[in-house]
Ligand binder design. Sequence first.
Ligand code: CA
Length: 223
Amino acid sequence: MRILITEDDAALAEALQFSLKQSGYAVDWVSNGAAADEALKGDVFGLLILDLGLPKLDGFEVLRRLRRRNSGLPVLILSGREDPEEKVLGLDLGADDYLVKPFSLNELRARVRALLRRGQGNAVALVSYGGLSFDTVGRVASIDGRALTLSVQETGVLETLLARFGRVVSKEQLVEQLYSYDKEVSHNAIEVYVHRLRKKLAGVGVTVRTLYGRGYLLDYFNS
Ligand code: CA
């Protein structure tokens, strides 16, 4: 799951990035509103964390433009001060949640998890197909109740495929979900993660199918 942080306080942005990357998310950071507006047009993010006081374009305007494009992207606003008017305006413009600085990183992570769940359209934390279950809060996969050992990348691939169960996901989409702008990832690497994941899912009743030239889909296994 890929998250965009828009924050002009570099120290705070760094702390947020570190914390969210630790939780296994791919995280991008921009430091002004115009860059955020541009990045959001690409439509590859699962969540926007948005500071209000920003150079070039303020957070309200970024949000206004996002919603004008009919994007339903979950948005968590970060505000520098406890101002009820500001909060109301942010929520009216279509923000989903609101945090006043300073906040604890634990609280931020909890809100991020909740927003991502809602964004995926499942308020339930556990999704199950066949013998496979995935806890979207803890991001832990299990088979018949036994936790499955997956790398961060394998977890990301599985999470992305599960969110689109039965539908095709291209390699490009997997690359975008797994990595931030600053990292290069090859399609070959994706093939390796899928290969490992497929082995670990053997006998579960679901499998990763390859559709040559199109991508992958997670589907029930029948042979
Ligand atoms: Ca600011």
